[in-house]
Design a protein around this ligand. Structure first.
Ligand code: APR
Length: 390
């Protein structure tokens, strides 16, 4: 078998790469380890930034992929129970960000790829990459029936996330990792509770909290929790009591509506460079961004486009400049978004519970937060980053 691009992984990154390549008429095969149903159910938060929506529009995919999920671009920050609205309006004539849950985006990207005649292979086990630094890489895998396959290709897009095989197959010493532990843990609570009017972030003495929509009737809550706590330390009553204290309202989940609880630690990492021979890493395979600011998925979408355009130049014109600069171009935005995410993480945590960082840092964080309401330039810079325009 032969194709132009083998895409490993069918998350937002891999599916977007495939979707764009299909629009260009460039042959590609997607190999995904999990069954389609599993991939479609994986829940994550999702603001599709203005820039990414524009991108889908340019490629003629917006209606099918992010249609029907309006977002007015307003974010609410509640400081000690008092509401402040941060908004992206005024940045562009037509603000195009969407509040689209990631699993919906994934489901729709799969549907769009299949409609466009895409070759998506789920339950592809034991994917291995060979000869990526040579002229003709080969990707091997085993299908659901245990039958071995081999695909020769010109390029491999490593879109298989932080624990995938793509980055792992690059020899030691080639990549440099830049990890960072924010020293913060969040409890995620999924509940059948009414979503907030705007994505809501809350700062208070009790610690950070957030409330996001995850559908018309369901919510996702986040609570900063002490390091070392597990989900069992947070029974529903405690969750409700703390949400009330932090949000300054009764917007928490009504009794008996919590469907899932999980604790995770905020961390970030970047692996450089993002290319190795004919293997190019896209999305989480190359970096993890802490969830604050919602940039992880948006960065993956950006990189998918940079990659697709570079492949187009190679296939149409024999021009490999785009692929040669792929890593540098992507890393520039990756670090820009890392900085934004860290800036926001620090501000919204330090301004609250100061047992970790102390009273001086608390006041600095509050000054930073206040500036978003008192300085137009500051608010503008924030909005630009939220929209993906900076
Ligand atoms: N072989 C094939 N597929 C694999 C392998 C493998 N060895 N390892 C992982 N995968 C698949 C996973 O099952 C998953 O479907 O690769 C996909 C990677 O998807 P994500 O982890 O979602 O990564 P990415 O597409 O880069 O996501 C970008 O969306 O999910 C969020 O946190 C993520 O914000 C980030 C963004």
């Amino acid at each position: 078998e032969r194709t132009t691009v083998v895409v490993v992984g069918a998350g937002p990154a891999g599916l977007t790469v495939a979707g764009l390549l299909l629009r260009l008429g460039i042959p590609c095969t997607v190999l995904e380890r999990r069954p389609r149903s599993r991939v479609e159910q994986r829940q994550r938060a999702g603001i599709v930034e203005h820039r990414a929506v524009r991108m889908f529009e340019e490629w003629g995919l917006a209606e099918r992929v992010v249609g029907g999920f309006p977002y007015d671009g307003v974010l609410e920050v509640r400081v000690d129970g008092e509401s402040r609205l941060l908004d992206e309006t005024g940045l562009a004539e037509r603000l195009e960000a969407r509040l689209c849950p990631q699993q919906v985006l994934v489901q729709r990207l799969i549907a769009a790829c299949l409609e466009d005649g895409g070759d998506l292979r789920f339950e592809a086990a034991e994917v291995t990459l060979h000869g990526v630094t040579g002229e003709q890489p080969v990707v091997r895998y085993r299908d659901a029936d245990g039958v071995a396959h081999e695909i020769a290709c010109d390029l491999v897009a490593g879109c298989d996330g932080d624990h995938g095989v793509s980055r792992a197959s690059i020899p030691d010493g080639v990549l440099t990792a830049y990890p960072f532990d924010h020293g913060i843990a969040w409890l995620t609570v999924l509940a059948d509770a009414a979503p907030p009017r705007h994505p809501l972030l809350a700062v208070s003495r009790h610690g950070f909290a957030a409330h996001f929509a995850r559908g018309p009737r369901a919510s996702r809550f986040y609570l900063q929790v002490p390091l070392g706590d597990g989900p069992d330390d947070w029974p529903e009553d405690r969750v409700r009591q703390q949400l009330r204290a932090r949000l300054g309202s009764d917007d928490g989940p009504p009794p008996g509506t919590v469907t899932e609880k999980e604790v995770f630690r905020l961390r970030s990492v970047v692996h450089e460079p993002m290319s190795h021979g004919r293997l190019h890493l896209v999305g989480d395979a190359a970096h993890i961004i802490s969830p604050m600011g919602g940039k992880g998925m948006n960065l993956a979408l950006y990189e998918a486009e940079v990659f697709a355009r570079a492949v187009r130049d190679l296939v149409r014109d024999g021009d490999d400049a785009g692929l040669r600069s792929y890593s540098a171009v992507c890393l520039q935005r990756a670090w820009n978004y890392q900085e934004f995410s860290r800036w926001m993480t620090e501000m919204l945590h330090d301004a609250g519970d100061d047992t970790r960082t102390g009273p001086f840092r608390r006041r600095l964080a509050r000054a930073r937060l206040d500036r978003l309401s008192t300085s137009r330039a500051s608010a503008g810079a924030f909005a630009e980053l939220m929209a993906g325009l900076a």
